[in-house]
Design a protein around this ligand. Structure first.
Ligand code: CUA
Length: 599
């Protein structure tokens, strides 16, 4: 290898600097002249918005579709900062390799013997007073009817719940003060929730009400169609969902036969009063509310096949995107009526908002993003006036989200638009095209495309909040809290490694530090049932150890201060190395201890 080759030729650097300087004006978000570091980092003539030494101002939480988890992305750099595994085993973090996380994954599967996976569509941040509070993130698993809670103090999944009596959790909603978390039921199933109601309707679904720790509070039966995307009002009064199959059709033809579909409003106060008055019956351990409890449900007819149901900041209206209609419907929450059909283009899917009264709607068929002014549209001004800007987006935009987009106080700076199809935008890498996403700066009169980049399949929805909101995040709970959180035991102290044998039950309490385990050699007998608790003695952030015992299917990351628990049955005699899977020091490779299992 020619080592001199890694030096950047001077001429190329100069050319890059010129190009970067020329482009600085049109990227908009580059607020200062490019520094040496900027130009050295220019990629294809674009200057990254976050220079080395600087940090992103916002964090985005991406649902990852069939990747079954969440990607945390820095904005505006659009760099993936970390992954949070949720519904799928992930070796990098040891997620699903220890009894605690494995039980969270497997025991919530329809069939616990099958590998856990998830189809994650909607991340929803917890809120206080209608604004993101940075405490929790909730995500759905459409495939296995589950919902999960991520604690944003540690950026880890802390609870997964499977919801009975329905199939397919698609949309989720978070109450304005996170008093409740709501989940839709996508696929209607034969009527079993209220056998006496609506005899002409054989199929039913339900909206589930959970508390913030994912205990199921109640279910609201829904006798018409599928409940899909969800939203909540900023005052905490209503949760609402699209119902895109009021026909209760089971074939495509039947599902799109009616002219109108509906938005279902559920009054949260009535959920509470129905529970208090005992107006429910238990089905599979869930309190299913009386379907005809007065005032509980209101169906509002809207244009056929509604999709996005986005609450604008003032709290007065919901902007409903009508997938198959060229309009978005503006629903007045107080009167529960459509007060305006606004023409925005073909195939509107989702809308988001800035802090100046504007709406950004993505048109799937027109492949663009339209910025329009809500007050002007409501006042009946002509299209040329209420539409403020139209930006061509990549082929078929899907979801889209502005920073703070679903709250009372949007930031008005960034808009991310992931695709539904990317067509042939990138170099051919096989049967599937890479997915695409774009970042727009929406702070000016016109939207400005800042970045256009591939992403793994497949991004659905996003939440974007100021990075400041997460500044108190830690790598793990403090030792006591961590131990109590997953398994109620005291952390093991330096030099206090011990092996406790009770018949063939062996419990090992040990430690990990740079760069050795507390045990030098572990002697076991074939047939021993082994439980190991390993406490990291590290206190410095980012010094992560791992414990892998490959022959026994074990691999677990150990964050500073954390105590992990792993279990295995020593059913094969022999000598096996336990080793550290995270680089922890110059002696990382030496961090290994023998496990000798005797016949
Ligand atoms: Cu501990 Cu590598």
């Amino acid at each position: 290898m020619n080592l001199r080759g890694i030096k950047r030729p001077v001429a190329l650097m100069a050319a890059t600097a010129l190009l970067a300087g020329a482009l600085a004006g049109c990227t908009g978000a580059a607020t200062k002249a490019p520094s040496g570091a900027d130009t050295a980092n220019a990629v294809n003539g674009r200057i990254p918005l976050v220079a080395p030494g600087e940090k992103d101002t916002h964090l985005g939480f991406w649902s990852s579709g069939p990747y079954g988890g969440v990607w945390v992305v820095g904005i505006p750099s659009m760099r993936i900062l970390r992954e949070i595994p949720v519904f799928e085993q992930r070796a990098a973090y040891g997620w699903g390799f220890d009894p605690h996380s494995r039980s969270m994954l497997q025991d919530t599967m329809p069939d616990p013997s099958r590998a856990s996976w998830g189809d994650v569509h909607h991340p929803m941040l917890s809120k206080s007073g209608g604004n993101y509070d940075g405490r929790f993130l909730y995500v759905n698993d459409l495939a296995n009817s589950r919902i999960a809670k991520i604690d944003l103090k540690i950026f880890k999944t802390t609870a997964i719940k499977r919801i009975p009596n329905i199939q397919g959790v698609h949309g989720i909603g978070v109450h304005a003060d996170t008093k409740y978390v709501f989940a839709t039921g996508e696929y209607e199933i034969p009527n079993h929730l209220n056998p006496n109601a609506n005899q002409d309707n054989n199929y039913q679904t339900a909206v589930t009400v959970l508390d913030q720790d994912l205990n199921i509070v109640a279910q609201v039966p829904v006798e018409y169609g599928n409940t899909d995307i969800m939203g909540t009002t900023h005052d905490g009064r209503y949760v609402y969902t699209t119902v895109y199959n009021v026909e209760n059709g089971t074939t495509l033809k039947d599902m799109v036969s009616a002219d109108k579909d509906a938005i279902l409003f559920i009054d949260v106060n009535k959920v509470d009063s129905a529970l208090n008055e005992g107006k429910f019956k238990e089905v599979n351990g869930v309190k299913v509310l009386d379907t005809d409890y007065p005032g509980l449900k209101t169906f509002v007819p809207v244009a056929k096949n509604p999709h996005g149901v986005d609450p604008e900041p003032s709290g007065k209206y919901i902007v409903v995107s009508g997938k198959l209609s060229p309009t978005v419907s503006v629903v007045d929450i107080a009167s529960m009526k459509v007060v305006k059909e606004v023409e925005v283009g073909a195939g509107p899917l989702h809308s988001s908002f800035d802090n100046k009264g504007n709406v950004f709607t993505g048109n799937f068929l027109d492949s663009n993003v339209v910025k329009w002014n809500l007050a002007d549209a409501l006042a009946g001004k002509p299209k040329e006036e209420y539409i403020r800007d139209i930006q061509p987006a990549h082929y078929s935009p899907g979801h889209m989200m502005a920073d703070g987009g679903g709250t009372k106080s949007p930031g008005g700076k960034w808009l991310v638009v992931p695709n539904k199809f990317s067509k042939d935008r990138f170099v051919n890498v096989g049967a599937d095209y890479p997915e695409n996403q774009q970042l727009f700066d929406i702070s000016g009169d016109k939207m400005r495309l800042i970045m256009d980049m591939p992403i793994l399949p497949e991004p659905h929805d996003i939440q974007i909040a100021p990075a400041e909101l997460f500044k108190d995040a830690v790598q793990s709970y403090d030792p006591k809290e961590a131990a109590n959180h997953e398994h109620n035991i005291e952390p093991t102290k330096e030099g206090e490694t011990r092996v406790v044998r009770d018949g063939n039950k062996v419990t090992v309490y040990t430690t990990a530090k740079r760069s050795e385990y507390g045990f030098k050699e572990l002697k076991l007998k074939k047939g021993d049932h082994v439980t190991m608790y390993v406490t990291s003695l590290e206190t410095v952030k980012d010094i992560t150890h791992g414990l892998a015992i490959p022959d026994y299917g074990i691999n677990k990351a150990i964050n500073p201060g954390e105590t992990i628990k792993v279990e295995f049955v020593a059913d094969k005699a022999g000598t096996y190395w336990a080793y550290c899977t995270w680089f922890c020091s110059a002696l990382h490779l030496e961090m290994r201890s023998r496990i000798v299992i005797e016949e």
